[in-house]
Design a protein around this ligand. Structure first.
Ligand SMILES: Cc1cc2nc3c(=O)[nH]c(=O)nc-3n(C[C@H](O)[C@H](O)[C@H](O)COP(=O)(O)OP(=O)(O)OC[C@H]3O[C@@H](n4cnc5c(N)ncnc54)[C@H](O)[C@@H]3O)c2cc1C
Length: 369
């Protein structure tokens, strides 16, 4: 029989571990259970946006230098045309292998004294208890961090969606020296491919589309430039798939139960913001636990999700519209400051004045591109 705890986290992926670390930093006794064994891998583009890096710092998590690559910005590419923008001055992104990120989060949680139960599937929850194969554990707070197919969401009757749109994504690693210090987004007719450096001799490639059957090899034919770079390269990981969605829940807590990470709603992979959101939510959740009022978490959660969801919808306006993509790319190429300002907005450095001005200029640019 396990000891009762203050906070029981169901799911030890990045969101669950970040929630556990943040709650422990607030002085709570924390237990995490995950059905899998570390390090846990998952389909992911493996890019961390600048806000994710700031949040990781607040969580006391550092990824060792040899395992990270700095990202200075974003590049969009389509049929030989490209446009690029850097993050605002002083900010940068990182790419890090998912298993390396999971390892450092696990080590940090362990170091803080979080009780970690691996290979332990949670089979149910009741008022203030969590059911495991080995018995029940009492918990004052229960956190559902069990991913996009969250059962905690259903058990707590928090599965009412206020918005949802689904896509499908696959990722794989290739042994080839990274050719760019940016997160690359290749626009195709029916899909997008993302490429990021993964260490010093590998590149992580993900593809997202509305077609569940579209696998990497077939999808890559739509991106001759990327295909050329990967031709003949050894693949160093299995192809992994996952859904990629813009999903917003009406509520992310009920009584003493709260949801976090993909269990609490998702943003499309095109934003590269899932991890960023999870880490920022973890900090907000721990603060709400400290005050004893999860209603504050609900408010923070809604505020954190607003911008990524908006940016995802904005970018996906181009999905399946090659003519529009082409115009957009040419307009951004001609006016790099607009791309820079949009990227600044994307990473949370807003300037309403620039945004209004840029919207007008970009509108004109699209008409004339
Ligand atoms: C193709 C793709 C590319 C992406 N690229 C990026 C990117 O570049 N940058 C970015 O920031 N985000 C990206 N994302 C999003 C990001 O991967 C997710 O937002 C992130 O993985 C969410 O983490 P999580 O901990 O909420 O969920 P998960 O990582 O899914 O973890 C959930 C955990 O819960 C466990 N679990 C489930 N049920 C139970 C149970 N009953 N009992 C015990 N354990 C349970 C699972 O074993 C799992 O370990 C991408 C997503 C996809 C699909």
């Amino acid at each position: 029989m396990l000891d009762a705890t203050d906070v029981f986290v169901i799911g030890g992926g990045p969101a669950g571990l970040a929630a556990a670390i943040a709650a422990r930093q607030q002085g709570f006794r924390v237990t995490v259970a995950d059905g899998a064994e570390p390090p846990i891998d998952k389909a992911c583009g493996e890019a961390l946006m600048p806000e994710a890096i700031i949040a990781l710092k607040r969580l006391g998590v550092a990824v060792p230098a040899p395992e990270i690559c700095r990202l200075k910005g974003v590049r969009f590419l389509r049929s030989g045309v490209s446009a690029e923008a850097d993050f605002p001055s002083g900010l940068f992104g990182l790419s890090v292998r998912r298993i390396a990120l999971h390892r450092v989060l696990t080590e940090r949680a362990e170091g803080l004294g979080v009780q970690l139960l691996w290979k332990q599937v949670v089979t149910g929850i009741s008022d203030k208890e969590v059911d495991l194969a080995d018995g029940r554990v009492g918990a004052r707070w229960i956190i559902g961090a069990d991913g996009v197919n969250s059962r905690v969401q259903r058990w707590a009757k928090l599965d009412r969606l206020s918005h949802s749109s689904w896509r499908y994504a696959f990722r794989r690693h290739y042994r080839v020296p990274p050719w760019t210090g940016r997160l690359e987004v290749y626009w195709g007719k029916h899909s997008q491919a993302y490429a990021t450096a993964a260490g010093h001799d590998q590149v992580c490639v993900a593809v997202a589309s509305r077609h569940p059957q579209l696998r990497l090899d077939e999808a890559l034919r739509e991106f001759p430039e990327l295909n050329r770079r990967l031709r003949g390269a050894e693949t160093t990981s299995a192809e992994r798939g996952a859904v990629s969605a813009n999903r917003r829940l009406k509520r992310v807590y009920r009584e003493n139960i709260a949801l976090i990470g993909d269990a609490s709603g998702t943003v499309d992979t095109i934003t590269g913001e899932g991890l960023d959101l999870a880490f920022c939510q973890a900090l907000a959740l721990a603060e709400a636990l400290r005050t004893g009022a999860l209603v504050h978490y609900q408010a923070a959660h809604r505020r954190l999700a607003r911008r990524p969801l908006f940016m995802a919808r904005l970018m996906l306006l181009q999905d399946g519209r090659p003519g529009f993509q082409h115009r957009m790319l040419r307009a951004l190429r001609r006016r790099p400051h607009i791309f820079r300002n949009l990227l600044a907005l994307h990473v949370g450095v807003p300037s309403p004045f620039h945004l209004a001005l840029d919207s007008l200029t970009l509108g004109w640019g699209l008409l004339t591109a």
